[in-house]
Design a protein around this ligand. Structure first.
Ligand SMILES: *Cc1c(COP(=O)(O)O)cnc(C)c1O
Length: 435
């Protein structure tokens, strides 16, 4: 290598580490991340991709673009509101603020007036009870699956959980609710058939071995045609005949019925129909953080809270803070996307399409996340060439479109309106790349 070779002018690591611009861009990212960015930029200079004098600014640009974790924020342009692969519900501004506030030391289990220990998560529990007055008590755990395991274990370990065969749900990635419940020692007593279950089926199965009666909302599939299931009021009567609790897993976490989702059961309805404990997830239609919600009668909820497994599935302070803020704050992003005015979605799609010389097509959004299967949310999307999907995903910001029928569809439904300019910039960059 001659002295004139630009590669000899690549700045050394110690000089770059001492550069105050790199110091401030890398603050909070950790020494390993800063060194990795420096090594990468030096490598690019040695390969002739950038000039040696630009190495420092390349490191600054790389570090500034990076979040504190490797998770990349994504604009969800799929039209699927609760997108499991994108972390389900995006949090409200209030919930984001609450997460920030709760991330240091907080009085999650302390009464500041007395200086004594207090009940954990009292405020989040109260927010749930205020949002769902049909419940006498509530317990917040790690997720819906944990709530189900806790309920069936506490109420029926070593005994039977009576459940309709039509309610055997696989919740994704090969996880079956039935396996989950049996893994902790409750036995499942299946009754009825896939499409029809009658009161007599339950009655024949119930006896001294019955620990609880369970109804699960088959949230991610629907059986149409010759079907029948037993209404909750009748299950309540059967549970009373045998003196066992009735547990209902509604899944998606609607607090009250939503006219936009006519077949989606709500927590309130299930409680009013007599459930002793109702189970739902926090990060589906409720629009909050990952959590498992158990609401119901005081006696049943207390029994669950005192069961040793409850400690293993307890919610952390961040969950409690974000859940309370979600419940107390205004409409969640999930609610806004779910109830988006189709005309407004169309106007936004048309403005984006006009700016890139594309056209719009009708495009139904979906609830997603195992909620309201088959219920279309009428809307519109920008139709781009399929090849634009990859550069959109890899762009800044990352955009996830829907690839369908040989096209790349960009649906603005789940993109906050104030991000439309960013979405447009990403679309322009992606189209420039595919030519
Ligand atoms: C989603 C779902 C679960 C699992 O809840 P997680 O919060 O994902 O653990 C359990 N039951 C039903 C009916 C569901 O829809």
């Amino acid at each position: 290598m001659s002295a004139a070779d630009p590669r000899s002018r690549v700045p050394r690591t110690d000089r770059l580490l001492a550069d105050p611009r790199i110091g401030s861009a890398g603050a909070g990212l950790g020494a390993a991340a800063v060194r990795a960015a420096i090594t990468a930029a030096q490598g690019r200079a040695r390969a002739g991709e950038i000039a040696p004098e630009d190495v420092a600014s390349a490191v600054v640009a790389e570090l500034s673009a990076r979040g504190a974790s490797s998770l990349t924020p994504v604009l969800n342009a799929t039209g699927v509101v609760v997108h499991t692969n994108l972390g389900r519900a995006p949090l409200s501004d209030a919930a984001r603020q609450a997460l920030q506030d709760a991330s240091g030391y907080v009085d999650v289990e302390l009464d500041l007036t007395t200086g004594q220990r207090s009940g954990r998560g009292v405020a989040a529990r109260q927010a749930l009870l205020d949002a769902c007055p049909a419940a006498e008590d509530a317990l917040i755990v790690n997720n819906g699956a944990a709530a189900l395991v806790l309920a069936t274990t506490a109420l029926a370990a070593g005994r039977e959980v009576v459940i309709s065969r039509g309610e055997f749900v696989e919740i994704g990635a090969g996880f079956r609710l039935s396996d989950l419940m049996e893994s902790t020692g409750a036995r499942l007593r299946e009754v009825g058939t896939t499409n029809r279950t009658h009161p007599a089926d339950y009655r024949d199965a119930m006896g001294p071995e019955t620990g609880c009666l369970l109804k699960v909302h088959p949230s991610n599939f629907r059986v149409d045609g010759f079907t029948s299931s037993v209404p909750l009021a009748e299950l309540r009567a059967l549970a009373d005949e045998h003196g066992v609790p009735l547990v209902v897993d509604v899944g998606s976490g609607l607090l009250t019925p939503d006219p936009a989702l006519p077949h989606e059961p709500s927590l309130s309805e299930a409680l009013e129909a007599g459930a002793d404990a109702v189970i739902a997830s926090g990060d589906k239609l409720l629009g909050g953080p990952q959590a498992g919600l158990l609401l119901g009668r005081t006696e049943t909820i207390r029994r669950l809270a005192r069961f040793p497994l409850a400690r293993a599935v307890r919610a952390d302070k961040l969950t409690l803070a974000a859940l309370e803020a979600t419940l107390r704050g205004g409409p969640t992003p999930v609610a806004s996307a779910l109830h988006a005015d189709p005309q407004r979605v169309r106007e936004r799609a048309e403005a984006l399409a006009a700016a890139v010389g594309a056209r719009v097509v009708e495009h139904d959004g979906r609830v997603g996340g195992g909620g309201a299967p088959g219920v279309p949310l009428p809307g519109w999307a920008v139709r781009l060439p399929e090849a634009a999907a990859r550069p959109l995903r890899l762009g800044t910001p990352a955009v996830l479109p829907r690839v369908h029928d040989g096209a790349c569809l960009v649906d603005p439904r789940c993109v906050p309106e104030e991000r439309d300019a960013d979405l447009l910039a990403a679309m322009r960059a992606a189209l420039a790349e595919v030519g």
